[in-house]
Design a protein around this ligand. Structure first.
Ligand SMILES: NC(=O)NCCC[C@H](N)C(=O)O
Length: 258
């Protein structure tokens, strides 16, 4: 029986100290970020997702980006070992939450590193981006956990953006969407639709053709609507200042056995 639960994690009061790797640091308004986060959760619930809050990690500035701490395939939750050591304490609370929800838990071990933002699932194909926060050992461990469950793991290079999913995600019909200047190896994806805006490359599937995306990509939203999808726009501007996007603020659990 499919589940529709989504993990989310309240922003830390230290959010403004979050990491910035590829962009230029600009001040973050934490109060506004909390409002944007509340609205993000409200939209998930409106589209039928039960939001489950992971215990906050107030000492971890980037903890709101909960996607990086765990990758879920079927009923197995793979707890990551984030590429940046300062983010590693974030995984404890996430592990507790997924275990409580009945997922089967597995772990990335040293010397492996893996951030959830580097993992893009399209059906049974699991793309893993290597080069930034995720290393080859982390990708190999992911392969060992998910391939026996029926996944086909495909490693792809990432060098121009923070995570694989900062460059590409996928529409409900499996079409990969990416902003060309930021995609390292476009030929590795069977059907790649170029989008005009960087944040237009970030979509999250809400179900029934609805795709959650950033309000900062209006031209791409129009393109998706033309193709018959239903773009649902949210303002996540404060998180974008820290290289976050719609995908990284939640983790959907669709195959729990409970
Ligand atoms: N999966 C994601 O897109 N995560 C965004 C993480 C942003 C955070 N400031 C970081 O650099 O780790």
């Amino acid at each position: 029986m499919p589940s529709r639960k989504a993990l989310i994690r309240r922003p830390s009061p230290r959010l403004a100290e979050g990491l910035v790797t590829h962009g230029t640091r600009v001040p973050v308004d934490v109060g506004l970020a909390v409002e944007q986060w509340l609205e993000y959760g409200r939209v998930l619930r409106e589209y039928g997702w039960e939001t489950v809050e992971v215990d906050p990690a107030d000492d971890c500035p980037d903890s709101v980006f909960v996607e990086d701490a765990v990758v879920v395939f079927r009923n197995v939750a793979l707890i990551t070992r984030p590429g940046t050591p300062t983010r590693r304490p974030e995984t404890t609370g996430v592990e507790e939450s997924v275990a409580r929800l009945g997922a089967s838990v597995n772990w990335i071990w040293e010397p492996g590193t893996l951030d959830g933002g580097d993992v893009l699932k399209i059906g049974d194909t699991v793309y893993v981006g290597i080069g930034g926060r995720t290393n080859a050992a982390g990708a190999q461990q992911l392969r060992a956990v998910f391939e026996p469950l029926g996944a086909r793991v495909v490693a792809v290079p990432v060098s121009k953006v923070l995570h694989l999913k900062s460059a590409v995600t996928a529409l409900p019909d499996g079409t990969v969407v990416g902003h060309p200047p930021l995609v390292d190896a476009p030929s590795l994806f069977p059907r790649l639709l170029p989008v005009p805006e960087e944040s237009g490359a970030h979509v999250m599937l809400l179900g029934d053709g609805a795709v959650l995306m950033s309000a900062s990509a209006p031209k791409t939203a129009e393109l998706f609507a033309t193709l018959g999808h239903e773009p649902v726009l949210v303002d996540i501007g404060e998180f974008e200042k820290l290289e976050g996007c719609v995908t990284c603020l939640s983790v959907r659990l669709r195959d729990l056995y409970v």
